[in-house]
Structure formats: structure tokens, C-alpha cells
Design a binder for this molecule. Structure first.
Ligand SMILES: NC(=O)c1ccc[n+]([C@@H]2O[C@H](COP(=O)([O-])OP(=O)(O)OC[C@H]3O[C@@H](n4cnc5c(N)ncnc54)[C@H](OP(=O)(O)O)[C@@H]3O)[C@@H](O)[C@H]2O)c1
Length: 326
């Protein structure tokens, strides 16, 4: 089968589209998916670059071993292992698989795959798992109903879903921070106001928030407090920059420490990996019902994997980019 592979840390230019990779077989509790589309996430490039260094403790200190790119997939079940009960050959599914998605086939646990409803395209479904899990698991426990919510990084994969989810959870007001280029898109998704960070500091917005969901974490909590209620919740989910050692985790750790001495509560956001089918399934149902939208900047054919990943690495994708595997 075809697969986008790498065996040392580096950029997309070091990846190879191989044509004779062995097709994986599902083990107990596992399912093989014939992949139709792959959603690309910062998770992918943090791992294949080994950047930040922190990631190398999990994925290999000197080298990542032999790996296939691609963490979120959509496709059709074409084989099931022993003990698989919920899914059957022919089911359309999507889910977070960790690695191996940018290939004709990938094997993963049944509990990571949700059924894709009719009317949701493979490209849209592949774009859902990691961002939707992050937005759902990050926001839902915070008690959003009736609150004033600020979403920082509102135009990216996670942020554009978080804006819509805050709306669905009954936020009284949703204010979004992104570049002006993406303001119209984020407004169309339900933001009451968009702050263009390239022109205006969010600290000067003149509003007060009960919940701040932050995928950028470049503004320290001790400064953001100026625009937060004294009992507000700060939910850091990731970050831009942060340095070679900790990368996006830097802003999150910094806010946890800052949280020890302030009245606001810090609740770091972490997307779960296993047993994720229910949350991903809920999001897919909302898409099918027309309640939420997946914004796709562009779908690239598998052969253009390096171009698609380079675009992802700019950290300025509007919504999502995906790979398609016809
Ligand atoms: N905690 C978890 O479990 C989890 C799960 C998923 C993702 N994450 C992390 O969450 C972060 C966002 O993920 P994503 O998929 O949404 O990434 P993404 O699609 O690349 O989005 C990046 C966002 O950051 C904004 N941005 C880029 N540079 C900025 C700057 N200098 N100042 C302010 N905003 C800036 C972009 O806005 P413009 O393009 O409009 O400038 C865009 O909204 C990443 O760090 C990722 O690793 C964490």
C-alpha cells in the first residue's frame, strides 16, 4: 500500500511517499480502515520534527523510529479483529489514530472510531477528531451556559470549533481573537465580536470574560487577568512558539504556575486518545444536522503531502487542511 513515511526527525521535505508498505492487520479489538481522507494537526508536525524536545521523550530520544504520518482519519472499515462488536466491514468511520493515517490503510482500536453519518464528507469527517475533542473536552466541563467566553486562536482547527461549541453550549457572549484575514469566517461561525490581534491588543478590548479558552498562550495569565472576572476560568489548550524545549506546553505550564497565586482558576485542556467515539460522534451528528460547520481551507491529494504539511506548519491555516486518498 502507499504511505507517507519518515524515519528521522525533520520537516516534510524528509518524508517519502512509499508504494510498497505492508498492509497492517487488525489485532484483538482493532479495526482496519481504508483511508479516504486525513486531517492534519499540529500534533503531526510536533512528532515528525521532534519539536519541541519534550515530544522526543514520548516518541524517541534519538529518532522517531519508522513511522507513517497522519493522526486523524476518515474512511471505510475493511477488516475487523477478534472481539470487535460495534463496527463492521463497510462502515464509514473517522477518528484519532495517533500515527499511520496518511496511507491506504491504517489499523486502530475500535473505541477510537465513530460512525460518520450520511451527508458528512470524508474530508469534513477527517478534520473533526483532534480539534473537536479538544474543544469539547476543554469547554464542556467549564459550565459555559450564560457566560462571557473569549476564544484566543479562534480561526485555527481547534479554535473555529470552539467558537461554535461555545455558542451551542449557550454562552451569553462569544468574543474571538484571530487575524483580520479570518474575521469574516469566525463571525459566520457565531462570534459576536472578532478582535484582530495584528491591529489591537485583546487587553484593550474593554470587556470582561468568565471563561478564556486559549490555543495561542502568548499573553501571560497575569496580564489577561485584566479582562477576566475574579472568579473566571482560564483554559489553555496549546501555544504558538514557546521555545525548543517545551514548545506549546510552555504557555500552559506557565499559566498553571501563575494560577497558584491568582483568584482565577486554570484548567488545562487535554484531548483524550482512547474511548473517544462518543464525543467525535456527537460532533459529527451536529455537522450532519447543520448545527456546526467544518471550515476546510484546502484538501490536498496524498501526493502533495509535503505542501500540505508545510501549509499546516505556518500556524495560519483558516480552519483545517486535509489530505485526500482517492
Ligand atoms: N491540549 C490538547 O490536547 C491539544 C489538542 C489539539 C491541539 N492542541 C494545540 O492547540 C494549538 C492550536 O491547535 P490548532 O489545531 O487550532 O492549530 P492551527 O490550526 O495551526 O491554528 C493556529 C491558530 O493560532 C493563531 N495564531 C498563529 N500565530 C499567532 C500569533 N502570533 N498570535 C495570535 N494568534 C496566532 C492562528 O490565527 P490566524 O491564522 O488568524 O493568525 C490560528 O487561529 C496548537 O498548539 C496545538 O498543538 C492541543
Amino acid at each position: 500500500m502507499r504511505a507517507v513515511t519518515y524515519s528521522r526527525y525533520g520537516g516534510p521535505e524528509t518524508h517519502t511517499l512509499e508504494h510498497d508498505v505492508e498492509v497492517p492487520e487488525p489485532g484483538e479489538g482493532e479495526v482496519r480502515v481504508r483511508v479516504a481522507a486525513v486531517g492534519l494537526n499540529p500534533y503531526d508536525w510536533h512528532i515528525y520534527r521532534g519539536d519541541p524536545w519534550l515530544a522526543r521523550f514520548a516518541f524517541g530520544l534519538r529518532s522517531p523510529g519508522s513511522r507513517i504520518v497522519g493522526s486523524d482519519v476518515a474512511g471505510v472499515v475493511d477488516a475487523v479483529g477478534a472481539g470487535v462488536e460495534r463496527l463492521a466491514v463497510g462502515d464509514r468511520v473517522c477518528g484519532f489514530v495517533g500515527f499511520g493515517g496518511a496511507a491506504d490503510a491504517v489499523v486502530t482500536k475500535e473505541n477510537r472510531l465513530a460512525l460518520v453519518p450520511a451527508g458528512v464528507s470524508d474530508e469534513a469527517a477527517a478534520a473533526v477528531p483532534i480539534p473537536a475533542l479538544t474543544a469539547l473536552l476543554g469547554l464542556e466541563p467549564l459550565g459555559v451556559e450564560g457566560t462571557r467566553v473569549l476564544i484566543i486562536g479562534a480561526s485555527g482547527g481547534v479554535g473555529h470549533m470552539a467558537v461554535q461549541f461555545a455558542r451551542m453550549l449557550g454562552a451569553a457572549r462569544v468574543v474571538a481573537v484571530c487575524s483580520g484575514r479570518n474575521a469574516a469566517m469566525v463571525t459566520s461561525l457565531g462570534a459576536d465580536r472578532v478582535i484582530d490581534y495584528t491591529r489591537e491588543s485583546v487587553l484593550d478590548c474593554g470587556e470582561t470574560f468568565d471563561i478564556v479558552f486559549d490555543t495561542v498562550t502568548t499573553t501571560p495569565l497575569r496580564r489577561l487577568r485584566r479582562i477576566m472576572a475574579s472568579d473566571a476560568i482560564y483554559a489553555p489548550a496549546g501555544g504558538v512558539g514557546g521555545g525548543p524545549l517545551l514548545g506549546p506546553a510552555w504557555g500552559m505550564y506557565r499559566s498553571v504556575v501563575a494560577g497558584w497565586t491568582v483568584s482565577q482558576t486554570v484548567r488545562t485542556v487535554s484531548a483524550r486518545e482512547d474511548d473517544t467515539a462518543p464525543e467525535v460522534g456527537r460532533f459529527l451528528d451536529w455537522i450532519a444536522a447543520g448545527d456546526v460547520q467544518v471550515m476546510l481551507e484546502r484538501a490536498y491529494p496524498l501526493e502533495q503531502h509535503a505542501e500540505a504539511l508545510a501549509r499546516l506548519e505556518t500556524q495560519h491555516v483558516s480552519g483545517k487542511v486535509v489530505l485526500t486518498i482517492p
